[in-house]
Design a binder for this molecule. Structure first.
Ligand code: MGD
Ligand code: MGD
Ligand code: MO
Length: 666
């Protein structure tokens, strides 16, 4: 058993948190849940692996020693802090790194007096974290995955687990066999739509909240809502009702959905008695993200579908440790354990533990704002740890310009990426197989991942680099750690939700330990008796709907994931540069299947191969995002109190034209 455990890593690819067992003798892997896991060695030995620390001189990268590189970075940082202050320094944390590494990265940011720390959740489920934290108490999935087997109805909206979380899709299929009704809402006829008992194809990307409000309206007006739960366990119902009332069934027809279908789904879901809602990027990656997530949470509150087996909310997390990166405070508005930076009392507990007094009370910049501020010269140093923003952030052209405008760009990477090109220093880091630490999956399950291989070249784990850098900068009271486990122990003593989650406990439990843990009791299902809000009640989240007089007589671009690619770093899909267009729209423009077309938006243009069919409704164009999407996306202020959201889906197409007919392509 010991040797089996010691060969276990947590799969680095998604937030489901599978274990992969590696045979140390021949490097083969088993236990993975999908094709991504089977490609684990592509991650560990890419042909373009960074093996040594590099420094840029002009346009050329030269190898250097760790000592000189870290010394030079530390000297530059000290200078920048002295002249421009800590808030001119920013960090993008690493949702593929361990809890210990993210804890240390945000700790370094805060020691430098900066809250400018964020992670890829910003492009992903950050809005779900915020809405859930405000309405219910914790910014996290409420129930374990296995609870889905007890759901009578499962609503999957803007989410395609068959492609993106295959082991979870298998569980959903099992629930279906046991009688659960599967309802899927997507703009595209996705792989998951094929599993559905009822599929709703929404015609207007970014407007799902309107559909959900129509459903809420039907549920309230026909008395199908859970009056007792709403009365005893929630606040703010009346405000929600006022908004929902305005969404009669005719509003849904504007979304291209048959009223009878909305009515059927509303009644099926409400009368199931116990239902779960799963959502993904089709909900969160729009300027309307806050309304979308709020409408989902409010629907669950309306029906009392929270706090019971089979009744839960699942914003299923994307990257393997994005939950942990958020838990560890790699966020501009939260310290570890979701302590708000303006909560002076709780902040003092961290400052006392770390022996510092300079954490600002103002939230820092989000990763999107970091690039915008950099463009204006307000960010002087940026650490990018395990992200590839040149491909993954909205408006790639703007990101590149911003990177060129920053004095000191340090990128920690496994491989040479599109982003390392813009670095002043590229630091070679260990892969998941070459380091140990803890990782938290979407269920809040913290699991230990073991070191299997020694790192090649001069490669170091991210945590060692960050720790050494803190020492070289000469930060007073910066702590050195003998091992990763020393950091885990510090986390288990200073982060309330991780209290008691020690390395020993993690190693003793092959299935990990779920937070929150109090007095040895760990809670896998949240909110069974009370919500973690001041009054113990859940709060209906506010929806701000502006009457839009927008007929949308233009095409909207949306994006999705290929089952054969992982974000920007792994892809075996040969059809990655396609754009799916409804056959009638294509015909109207004169586009045939296979033509080379150019799609233009306010922020850029890019070339794709047209694929014409009925998978998308009229008015919508869908592309896999992994390579080219962000050449045409923009950043835009959302309707939610002015904070930036990230329209990585639903972008207005300003022009679409044929570049070359298929017949002419050799
Ligand atoms: N194979 C694979 N698996 C992955 C990843 C990967 O890159 N590849 N990435 C991981 C990460 S980081 C994440 S966050 C998860 C994401 O997992 P998902 O959330 O499943 O990701 P997407 O495919 O981007 O979006 C989900 C669906 O939203 C639909 N959609 C687009 N616009 C709208 C809309 O306006 N309304 C509705 N209702 N639907 C819409 C798309 O057609 C798509 O089917 O996957 C993780 N797993
Ligand atoms: N248009 C559009 N844009 C999108 C999306 C979309 O649906 N549409 N999806 C968004 C979403 S949900 C996400 S999560 C982001 C993902 O965007 P990114 O996080 O930028 O994407 P990845 O390709 O996962 O890049 C992570 C990088 O980290 C490196 N890496 C892996 N492990 C480690 C490690 O342990 N340490 C270090 N230092 N580096 C490591 C990898 O080599 C890789 O280059 O993209 C977002 N962008
Ligand atoms: Mo993600």
């Amino acid at each position: 058993m010991r040797s089996r455990l010691a060969s276990r890593i947590v799969c680095p690819f998604c937030g489901y948190g599978c274990s992969i067992y590696i045979n140390k003798e021949n490097g083969s892997a088993y236990g993975y849940g999908c094709f991504k896991g089977s490609l684990i060695t592509n991650l560990t030995s890419p042909s373009n692996r960074v093996l040594y620390p590099y420094v840029r001189r002009g346009d050329i990268f030269s190898e250097a020693t760790w000592n000189s590189v870290l010394n030079d970075i530390a000297t530059e940082l000290r200078k920048i802090v002295k002249v421009y202050g800590g808030s001119s320094i920013a960090f993008i944390g690493c949702s593929q790194c361990s809890n210990e590494e993210n804890y240390l990265i945000q700790k370094l940011a805060r020691f430098l007096g900066s809250n400018n720390i964020d992670n890829c959740a910003r492009l992903c489920h950050a809005i779900s974290v915020d809405v859930l934290a405000k309405s219910l108490g914790f910014g996290a999935q409420t129930n374990p995955f296995s609870d889905l087997l007890y759901s009578k109805a499962i609503l999957i909206i803007g989410y395609n687990p068959v492609a993106t979380h295959p082991p979870l899709a298998a569980l959903i299929l099992e629930a279906k066999k046991r009688g659960a009704k599967i309802i899927v809402i997507d703009v595209r006829r996705s792989e998951t739509a094929e599993l559905a008992d009822i599929f709703i194809q929404i015609g207007r990307p970014g407007e799902d909240y309107k559909l959900l409000l129509c459903m809420a309206n039907i549920i309230i007006s026909s008395g199908l809502y859970n009056k007792r739960f709403v009365h005893q366990m929630t606040e703010g119902f009346e405000g929600f009702y006022q908004i929902a009332k305005r969404y009669d069934i005719s509003k849904c027809r504007e979304l291209g959905v048959e009223s009878s279908l909305v009515e059927e789904v509303a009644r099926e879901f409400a009368s199931a008695g116990c239902g779960s809602i799963l959502w993904g990027m089709g909900i969160t990656q729009h300027v309307t993200a806050k309304n979308n997530v709020s409408a989902i949470v409010n629907l669950a509150l309306l029906l009392g579908y929270i706090g019971r087996r089979g009744c839960g909310l699942y914003p299923v997390r994307g990257q393997s440790n994005v939950q942990g990166a958020c838990d560890m405070g790699a966020l501009p508005n939260y310290l570890p354990g979701y302590v708000r930076v303006d909560d002076e009392y709780k902040k003092r507990l961290f400052q006392d533990a770390w022996n510092i007094d300079n954490i600002p009370s103002e939230p820092g910049y989000t990763s999107i704002e970091i690039f915008e501020k950099a463009l204006k010269g307000d960010i002087r140093a940026l650490f990018i740890i395990g992200e590839n923003p040149v491909l993954s952030h909205p408006n790639s052209t703007m990101v590149r310009k911003a990177l060129q405008n920053i004095e000191l760009v340090v990128v920690h990477e496994i491989r040479w990426s599109e982003t390392t090109q813009y670095a002043d220093y590229v630091l070679p880091v260990a892969t998941r197989l070459e380091k140990e630490g803890s990782y938290t999956n979407s269920e809040r399950r913290v699991q230990w991942s073991y070191k299997i291989l020694d790192p090649p070249g001069k490669v170091l784990p991210d945590w060692v680099i960050v720790e050494q850098l803190g020492r070289m900068i000469g930060l007073d009271s910066w702590r050195e750690y003998g091992s990763v486990e020393d950091i885990t122990i510090e986390i288990s003593s200073v982060v309330p939700i991780y209290r008691g989650i020690t390395p020993q406990k993690l190693k003793e439990n092959e299935n990990g330990v779920i937070w929150p843990c109090e007095n040895g009791e760990c809670t896998s299902r949240l909110y069974q008796n009370r919500f973690e809000t001041p009054l113990g009640k859940a709060i209906f989240s506010r929806i701000t709907d502006k009457e839009e007089d927008d007929k949308r007589e233009y095409l909207i671009l949306t994006t999705y994931r290929s089952s054969l690619c992982y974000n920007t770093s792994l892809c075996i899909d040969k059809n990655i540069d396609i754009a799916i267009i409804n056959r009638f729209d294509a015909k109207a423009i004169g586009i045939d299947d296979g033509d080379v077309i150019e799609i233009e938006t306010e922020c850029g243009k890019e070339i794709f191969y047209a694929k014409t069919n009925d998978k998308v409704p009229r008015g919508v164009v869908a592309i896999p995002w992994h390579r080219k999407a962000n050449m045409v996306t923009c950043t835009k202020r959302g309707s939610d109190n002015g904070s930036y959201t990230q329209p990585l889906k639903s972008i207005r197409i300003t022009n679409i034209k044929i570049v070359q007919k298929k017949k002419a392509i050799k």
